[in-house]
Design a protein around this ligand. Sequence first.
Ligand code: PNS
Length: 166
Amino acid sequence: MRRAVCPGSFDPIHNGHLEVIARAAGLFDEVIVAVSTNYAKKYRFPLEERIDMARETLASLRGIVVEPVGEGLLAEYCKQRGVSAIVKGLRSSSDFDYELPMATMNRQLSGVETVFLPTEGNYLHLSSTLIKEVFTLGGSVSDYVPRSVLKRLLAGESSSDQPGRG
Ligand code: PNS
C-alpha cells in the first residue's frame, strides 16, 4: 500500500489545496491530509475546525483521511504512519525555494521523498493568507474556498465586526 501525506496548516483549506489533494489521491492508495499545529503561528481557525472543514470537504473522495500531524517533526510522523511520500503543490519558484530545503531535510531525516505537483493555472495565486485578507476586507472568496469554509468564514463574520461578505 502506497501512502502519501499532504501536510499543511489548512487555515483554511482552499480550492488550490483540494486540487493537489485530489491529484495525489490518483497517484497513491491512501492520502493523509495532515493538519499541523505550530504554536508560534496565529491561526484564524482552531485545529479542530481546520480538521472539520477538511473532512467535510473531502468526505466524498475515496482514499483520503484527515488527521492532526501533532507538534513534532513531519519526518517522524511519516515514519510512524508508514508514509512513502510527502506531496506538495508548487505555485512558483519562490515555493520551490522554500520547499526544497525541507524536502531534502525530510529525506535525510527519515528517507521519505517529497513529490511536487505543479499547481493548476487557475489556482496559482491562491493562498490561505490572501483569501483571509480578501474576505476580511469585504471581497468575495466564494470562487476560492469550499462551501464548508465559506460557511465558517461568514459565521465568524456575524460574530465580529469584520466586513467580509463571502
Ligand atoms: O501550510 P504550512 O503552514 O505552510 O505548512 C507547513 C508544514 C506543516 C508543511 C511545515 O511547517 C512542516 O513540515 N511542519 C512540521 C515540523 C517539521 O517537520 N519541521 C521541519 C521541516 S524540515
